[in-house]
Design a protein around this ligand. Structure first.
Ligand code: ZN
Length: 247
């Protein structure tokens, strides 16, 4: 599933190309991202909202494929394809995007939160037995982090995905915060990670996959200590980690 860096990459490319253009009678005044959703904000206050779910692509100015479910035509001739091979993704026109339940239920944006506020999120947790990986995946807790980046962040922070949140020390939480910032920014810089069929809006693959240290590296030697990377299933999700480096 595209996560924050992939959706942000697509959003930036679309914004560059489409802001100021018209879709029907409505002019796009801005394009934003919140969590894993993209918003085309129109001059009348409404928005066209996309959620790419597992396999959706938003591709600019290319010929449709057999997975193209919708073609958006802009006033200057630009074309946006909404492709989805598995039909889980969605788009809809929303009159008041701020009021959407999908938006109201989201936690803070990890790249817009201070270290202090991030630490505070942990102090306020009452379900303290929850494991840190499961917590990072919760969109209510923090928005936009999925399976790839949760595994990569915890590896970089040296924290086991199995740790109950209540057992984390202040320094470990600060580490998770700084690695979250570092990894998400780097991944955006690389155009995201191409696993499954993710492509940028330009139809290119994301290059951050080449920098993955643990995600889908089962059995390969750890980048830091050479121990084999382990895969377990945690909360129904494949979870990759180094049993030596991550405690
Ligand atoms: Zn290791």
């Amino acid at each position: 599933m595209p996560e924050l860096p992939e959706v942000e990459t697509i959003k930036r490319q679309l914004a560059k190309e489409l802001v100021g253009k018209k879709l029907g009678k409505k002019k796009i005044i801005s394009i934003d991202r919140r969590g894993k959703m993209i918003f085309f904000n129109f001059d009348d206050g409404s928005a066209l909202v996309f959620h790419l779910k597992l396999t959706c692509q938003l591709i600019l100015n290319q010929p449709p494929s057999r997975f193209t479910r919708k073609v958006f035509n802009f006033d200057d001739g630009s074309i946006l394809l909404f492709n989805d091979s598995r039909r889980f993704g969605w788009y809809k026109i929303v009159k008041n995007p701020v009021e959407m339940k999908e938006v109201k239920g989201l936690g803070p944006e990890p790249l817009n939160i201070s270290q202090k506020d991030f630490c505070r999120l942990f102090k306020n947790r009452n379900k303290r037995k929850i494991k840190i990986k499961t917590l990072l995946l919760s969109q209510k807790f923090i928005a936009g982090i999925g399976n790839i980046y949760a595994d990569e962040i915890l590896f970089a922070a040296g924290v086991s995905p199995l740790r109950p949140v209540s057992s984390l020390r202040e320094q470990e939480i600060k580490n998770i915060y700084s690695q979250t910032q570092k990894i998400l920014l780097k991944a955006i810089d690389k155009g995201g990670s191409s696993v499954e069929n993710y492509l940028t809006a330009k139809g290119e693959k994301g290059k951050y996959s080449q920098l993955h240290k643990v995600y889908q590296k089962t059995g390969l030697p750890c980048w830091k200590c050479q121990a084999p990377i382990k895969r377990i299933v945690l909360g129904g999700r494949g979870t990759h980690f180094c049993p030596v480096c991550q405690n």
